[in-house]
Write a protein that binds this ligand. Structure first.
Ligand SMILES: C[S@@+](CC[C@H](N)C(=O)[O-])C[C@H]1O[C@@H](n2cnc3c(N)ncnc32)[C@H](O)[C@@H]1O
Length: 233
């Protein structure tokens, strides 16, 4: 677990992600955690995040994208599967999936600067700048063989359980939904996630095949993440 953040140090200042020190990185991640959906603060954080987050994240112990892609590759044998990287951010998960040989990945994220950043990678085919929640997207029913969603469920102000029916709708019957929820996210989200999983299972819409655990952020307060592997009925 990380040490307590010295909030006083940052009064009246706002460090950037670029070349930030580890304590600044921890402070910025905490601000993302605390920001509310739709407010200017989170938009500003993600604008700057888009260009410099990857460099800082890799420097300070983010391994979730790579470990998550390892799980996806282990479960999804067909590397030509049509995949949606939902909440793709700047494309870190997609980059790792490409290393495993996946060739048919689309990116979806509500942050335009993040989508723009992921366009500079030779990873994704289509780009969708949209939020996932209870609303119906333009994506056709059963369009994807696989939907992966990492690093957003369970983070306050990010995607919630309300998007799960939409993930099911856009996944083809027999296809897979693979998620992450960090240990830190589970503290605030476990009850809602369990209730949503139970409801969707009872309705016969999906089945959780197994849950794996990955190392997510080395030495931080969400060092592990659970990875439910779900089959759409
Ligand atoms: C911590 S980043 C994770 C990005 C990427 N999956 C990764 O692991 O590197 C969280 C992402 O969730 C996105 N996000 C937040 N709320 C969302 C929502 N309701 N639907 C889809 N994406 C959302 C943010 O824009 C941000 O890019």
């Amino acid at each position: 677990m990380g040490d307590k953040i010295d909030e006083d140090k940052y009064k009246g200042t706002k460090p950037g992600w670029e070349n930030c020190a580890k304590e600044d990185f921890r402070y910025l991640r905490q601000k993302v955690w605390e920001a509310n959906k739709g407010n200017d603060e989170i938009r500003e954080l993600y604008d700057d995040f888009a260009v410099h987050y990857k460099q800082a994240a890799l420097k300070y112990g983010y391994v979730g994208h790579s470990n998550f892609a390892d799980v996806v590759s282990d479960v999804i044998i067909d590397k030509t599967a049509r995949i949606l990287d939902a909440a793709s951010g700047v494309g870190m998960v997609g980059e790792e999936m490409k290393k495993h040989g996946f060739i048919n990945i689309d990116a979806l994220d509500p942050s335009k600067p993040s989508i723009d950043q992921s366009k500079t990678l030779d990873v994704y085919t289509n780009f969708i700048c949209e939020t996932l929640d209870e609303h119906r997207t333009q994506i056709q029913d059963g369009f994807y063989d696989v939907v992966v969603m990492s690093g957003t469920l369970g983070v306050p102000g990010h995607a919630t359980e309300s998007c799960l029916p939409e993930l099911i709708r856009i996944t083809k019957p027999g296809g897979f939904i693979i998620l992450t929820v960090t240990e830190k996210g589970l503290v605030v989200f476990k009850d809602k996630l369990d209730a949503a999983i139970e409801e969707l299972t009872k309705k016969g819409l999906w089945e959780v095949l197994e849950t794996r655990w990955i190392e997510y952020m080395k030495g931080e307060d969400c060092e592990k993440a659970m990875v439910p592997i779900i089959k759409v009925k």
